[in-house]
Design a binder for this molecule. Structure first.
Ligand SMILES: [Zn+2]
Length: 365
């Protein structure tokens, strides 16, 4: 149960059948059984939904279900009218109800159909099979670990970054193939717990430890040297800043002793050959994760040098929090012939890739 368009106030939408036959049930009443061209318009009205088909008003309901009939390929096309959005195709069942002055749209979809949509949203649509497999296993692991994230709101996951981005059926059919090839597979730690499936764009040559980023230690989010991520699009970044602004930030936000010549020198010539967690001087520790957040830097993995009299240059490596799988590194590994299992074992330590059915078996014991 995934809620669609979670971030939008949906007031009207067109629903049409893309593939298969659908039964339409509204407030428990059978409305129609249709295939092919038949389209419905749904309009929000006073905490209910008006249903129109072929310019004819069918009725006003609270709860409308489109149920796919015995066809795994069944798909609906949804075109939002207000607000206006491009059409999207969603597999399997759809449920429409109202919530806080909007039409609430839920895709009742099997895990792997959902995983295929997430894989495309996260991995893009021009990659290769092994990389898709990596993203698919991680998307499935995340979905299972968070299946109750929105349970109090009546669904499992939302379609936004808060859970995982999901736009429905992937356009690239090879993604579906990759998902099927990893059917049911999830990543667990040495205690058979689903891992926190963290990943990021580029590690800059070294991934991070979870305790240095989130404060919590894990057995699998461990720093690794990652030569696969260098010389990729997001390997390096630079940012110029006024020296005065940098020092003022450190002083006001972190109580950093910028008048102390030694501390000032450390701040203006900060070096990271390996990832550090803090910028430190005279017992003051400035967490780099806050520096990244406050200054909106691409990563915490940066060095600084004075550029001229009044400015400094931040020379950064990588993009993202640095935890777990590095997407650009994994993409290169997959092109060099590493399997998705090898890639997952490289970026996550002491893990196992297992069938999720086995997981519930062990957990029940
Ligand atoms: Zn969510």
């Amino acid at each position: 149960m995934v809620r669609m368009y979670t971030h939008l106030k949906v007031l009207s939408a067109n629903i049409s059948i893309n593939t298969g036959t659908y039964k339409v049930i509204a407030d428990g009443n059978f409305i129609s059984e249709s295939a092919g061209e038949l389209a419905y318009k749904l309009i929000y009205k006073n905490d209910s939904i008006e249903v129109i088909s072929s310019d004819k008003k069918i009725g006003i309901y609270k709860y409308i279900k489109f149920i796919a009939e015995n066809n795994p390929a069944a798909e609906l096309k949804i075109k939002l009218i207000n607000p206006d959005r491009k059409p999207r195709v969603y597999p399997q069942n759809m449920i429409f109800s109202t919530f806080e002055s909007t039409i609430k749209i839920i895709n009742d979809v099997e895990v792997d159909r959902y995983v295929a949509g997430v894989t495309e949203a996260e991995a893009g649509s021009r990659s290769n099979q092994e990389f898709y497999k990596v993203q698919a296993v991680l998307a499935r692991t995340f979905a299972l670990a968070h299946i109750n994230k929105h349970v109090l709101e009546g669904f499992s996951l939302c379609d936004q970054v808060h859970c995982q981005v999901y736009y429905g059926k992937p356009r690239d059919a090879s993604i579906t193939t990759a998902v099927e090839a990893t059917k049911g597979q999830v990543v667990v730690d040495d205690g058979l717990n689903l891992i926190i499936a963290a990943f990021h764009s580029n590690s800059g040559g070294q991934t991070a430890n979870s305790e240095d980023v989130w404060g919590a230690k894990t057995t699998y989010l461990k720093s690794v040297t990652d030569s696969f991520s260098v010389k990729m699009p997001n390997s390096n970044w630079q940012r110029k800043m006024l020296t005065e602004d940098w020092l003022t930030y450190l002083r006001l936000k972190h109580g950093y002793p910028t008048t102390d010549p030694l501390a000032r020198d450390i701040a203006l010539n900060f070096k990271q050959n390996e990832r550090k967690t803090y910028l430190e001087a005279s017992n003051i520790k400035v967490p780099l994760k806050f520096v990244r957040q406050d200054l909106q830097l691409k990563s915490t993995f940066f060095s600084i040098k004075p550029l001229n009299n009044d400015s400094v240059l931040f020379m950064g490596r990588g993009y993202g929090h640095g935890l777990g799988m590095c997407q650009e590194g994994a993409m290169r590994m997959s092109k060099q012939g590493y399997s998705y299992e090898q890639i997952l074992h490289f970026y996550y330590k002491d893990i196992q890739i297992i069938d999720m059915k086995k997981l519930s078996f062990f957990k029940d014991e």
